[in-house]
Design a protein around this ligand. Structure first.
Ligand SMILES: [Zn+2]
Ligand SMILES: [Zn+2]
Length: 101
């Protein structure tokens, strides 16, 4: 009886540990695939944004004239009006020069 109880306890413990390990693993995997390319609120990649000013350098299509059915027939390209990247920050690895003498 005691042995049975012990075995049951061990199995329960093992599955709990396994579940914990899996739970720990899966969010990491999810965030990894989620990250992909960091996209700003303006729908452009972080790479398009000026690192100093924050301005987005990507061109956006602005429709200036549509036909009677509302389909664009004339458009111009303007610089995106985004002034600051608002998307997720990628994990940047800062280069720290060794100050040791
Ligand atoms: Zn932007
Ligand atoms: Zn933009």
């Amino acid at each position: 009886m005691i042995v049975e109880m012990l075995t049951g306890g061990v199995i329960a413990l093992t599955s709990a540990t396994l579940g914990f390990a899996l739970a720990r693993l899966s969010p990491e995997r999810r965030s990894e695939s989620k990250q992909g390319k960091p996209i700003c609120g303006c729908d452009h990649e972080r790479a398009f944004h000026n690192l100093k000013t924050g301005e987005c350098r990507e061109q956006v299509q602005v429709v200036t004239k549509t036909d009677e059915w509302g389909d664009p027939i004339k458009w111009v390209f303007e610089q995106c009006k985004c002034q600051h990247y608002t998307g997720p920050e990628p994990i940047t690895q800062y280069y720290a020069p060794e100050i040791e003498s």
